[in-house]
Design a protein around this ligand. Structure first.
Ligand SMILES: C[S@@+](CC[C@H](N)C(=O)[O-])C[C@H]1O[C@@H](n2cnc3c(N)ncnc32)[C@H](O)[C@@H]1O
Length: 218
């Protein structure tokens, strides 16, 4: 299926109120710097906590360069794995990495607010460091979309920044990302998840610096 999408000649970014990252070729290095060298650990925890089993269908929403998507595919094995992101530059890097590792992953240009998947079709959805790119109204719409495409019993794993505390790490993060507008954190998504209909909403104990994890079940 991935090959079908390779045949599109020019891809344009999708219109969204979410903040796109277009500097895809430097992105992985930037993550490793802002996590003080803990990028690999961050990605491992994310995929472990998403509880991906062999054969699972998985969507990584806002997949960027596909770091989480690639690991998810190595867990899902024969399961279908998808990654979507509105930035074509990100999707291009992700596809290149998958091709290099000979992993068949369906990467598409797309947005969380209009997921190109049918109802109850995914076992697992991951959202890594992307929710803070969305204005509040889009978080609500996006999480409703994720709920729609998850199978009953399907899992959502969100990795994202905790509410800013004014700590040194927080200032370091702002210096690198210039994300000044960050007012809420991953812990604040729990209310939206509950209103959307998710159950077993859990903020996990594990942390990577100021990044924490929330898991929920449809
Ligand atoms: C900080 S990056 C995270 C990338 C990747 N998930 C990771 O963990 O490295 C945030 C991503 O969210 C994407 N994004 C922005 N608005 C979006 C939307 N409406 N739907 C899906 N992704 C969006 C950006 O293009 C960017 O690639």
């Amino acid at each position: 299926m991935a090959h079908h999408f390779h045949s599109h000649s020019v891809e344009h970014p999708v219109q969204t109120e979410g903040r796109l990252i277009r500097w895809a070729t430097h992105y992985d290095l930037a993550v490793n710097i802002t996590t003080l060298g803990q990028a690999r650990r961050l990605r491992k925890i994310t995929v472990n906590q998403a509880l991906v089993n062999p054969g699972d269908s998985v969507l990584d929403v806002g997949c960027g360069t596909g770091e989480v998507t690639l690991l998810a595919k190595s867990r899902a094995k024969a399961g279908s794995v998808y990654g979507i992101d509105p930035a074509p530059e990100m999707i291009a890097v992700a596809r290149k990495k998958a091709a290099r590792k000979r992993l068949e992953i369906d990467f598409r240009v797309g947005v969380i607010e209009a997921l190109p998947f049918s109802d109850s079709s995914m076992d697992v959805v991951t959202s890594s460091l992307m929710m803070h790119h969305l204005p509040e109204n889009l978080k609500v719409r996006g999480l409703a979309e994720i709920y729609r495409i998850l199978k009953p019993g399907g899992r959502l794993l969100i990795a994202d920044f905790l509410r800013p505390t004014g700590s040194f790490l927080h200032h370091l993060y702002i210096a690198f990302t210039r994300h000044h507008g960050l007012r809420s954190g991953v812990e604040d998504l729990q209310g939206i998840l509950k209103n959307t209909g998710f159950s077993q909403i859990d903020q996990l104990e594990e942390k990577v610096l100021t990044i924490s994890f929330v898991r929920a079940v449809k």
